[in-house]
Design a protein around this ligand. Structure first.
Ligand code: SF4
Length: 381
């Protein structure tokens, strides 16, 4: 039984036969991709407050030290991103800040917002105004919280990390695998294209990894909403001295993800944390987001170092590198999707996966719309 599954009423069953089969998967059992994709994004750390204290995490700040970006800061960051050709505003968060963060809630109050999700909605509006497609990753969310922002996001995400109870999540406010799966289920119910992933090396064993992958697969088989699964190694930092998984572990975990997930779910490794060049033959087909804003956004005619590095990974593998939007093409409606790309059936049906706001942003006859369509035209090549 997955810890927290009862509490959050998560009723997936993980096929033990499929887990056994995954345990024997090795890199030579999966195929290399025919291309690699990536997305140009701009990082917007809306708040560094988090109710949890995962022992490997340097993102969160304790109460009294946590930051909240102001609307002006958000707008300026989005403008930088748009000028640099980005398509995605990646809103990063801690997990639902609790009431120890009094200064943060005072700041929200001064800004006229009652909750962090209400403020996130305003931030997504700014991103859209500045010509970017929001992708918010605000940790666990209730249905009400996600519904507050879903129509202003092209896609959303949260890392499952693992279905196991691990020491790295321990403490008075430990995050629960059941709650993560409930968030992933909520995204499916609301028809939100979703990104999730596993974190490798935080105390889970091989069976836990296989079960985590099968849990994500089960959610996708029910709703069809998982667009990509990140296989992310934990890395050493000022709070984590527990080491990182070695290359052999990352190769096997990546191959396991490729073999254990439906073929329409992309497998991604973050090239800044994992040796992407040595993982392509294990089945990855996406290199995630790169942010040119921290590099040379003033001279966009020169290729950014990060994009050059991704191109080198693709060249070494002998496959093309293609830019994508923060929402994968199969979630786009007819007319925006290349004819060869099969549409993902929407669980909510009606308007498909994109809200009218996001669809209009992609279709707009303005500079942003042109940027989005250029990316889509590249995908259709
Ligand atoms: S929930 Fe996320 S942001 Fe919060 S401490 Fe854990 S890893 Fe860090």
């Amino acid at each position: 039984m997955i810890p927290g599954a009862d509490e959050y009423d998560v009723d997936i069953s993980i096929d033990s036969g499929a887990v056994e089969r995954l345990l024997s998967v090795m890199p030579e059992d999966v195929a290399a991709p025919s291309e690699l994709s990536f997305c140009r994004n701009v990082f917007i750390p809306l708040t560094t407050a988090c109710r949890y204290t995962c022992t490997y995490c340097t993102y969160y700040d304790p109460p009294g030290e946590a930051t909240l970006m102001t609307p002006d800061e958000i707008r300026e960051r989005c403008r930088q991103g748009a000028r640099a050709g980005c398509t995605e505003a990646l809103f990063t968060f801690g997990d639902d800040p609790d009431d120890r963060y009094t200064a943060l809630y005072d700041q929200l109050d001064e800004l006229g917002h009652e909750s962090i999700h209400e403020y996130l909605r305003a931030a997504c509006e700014i991103a859209l105004e500045e010509g970017l497609l929001p992708h918010a990753n605000p940790g666990d969310q209730t249905r009400e919280q996600m519904a507050t922002v879903a129509d202003l996001n092209a896609s959303m995400g949260v890392m499952l990390e693992t279905t196991a109870e691990v020491q790295a999540h321990s403490g008075p406010r430990a995050k629960s695998p059941g709650q993560r799966l409930a968030t992933i289920r909520t995204a499916g119910e609301l028809g939100v294209p979703f990104t999730t992933g596993i974190l490798v090396g935080i105390g889970e064993d091989w069976r836990d990894r296989a079960e985590s992958i099968r849990a994500i697969a089960a959610m996708h088989e029910r709703y069809g909403h998982i667009q990509e699964v990140i296989v992310q190694p934990v890395v050493e930092n000022e709070r984590w001295r527990g080491g990182s998984p070695d290359l052999a572990t990352m190769r096997r975990a990546t191959a396991m993800a490729r073999a254990g997930l439906p073929a329409d779910v992309s497998v991604q490794v973050p090239p800044n944390l994992a040796p992407a060049r040595d993982l392509v033959d294990c089945g990855i087909d996406d290199l995630g987001g790169v942010s040119p804003v921290t590099d040379d956004y003033i001279n966009p005619e020169y290729e950014w170092p990060a994009v050059r590095e991704l191109q080198a990974v693709a060249d070494a593998a002998g496959v093309p590198l293609r830019e994508r939007l923060p929402v994968y093409e199969r979630y786009l409606p007819d007319g925006l999707r290349a004819p060869a790309v099969e549409a993902a059936p929407s669980p909510t049906d009606a308007d498909g996966w994109l809200s009218p706001r996001i669809r209009a942003a992609i279709e707009a006859r303005d500079a942003a719309g042109e940027r989005f369509r250029t990316v889509l035209a590249g995908a259709a090549d």
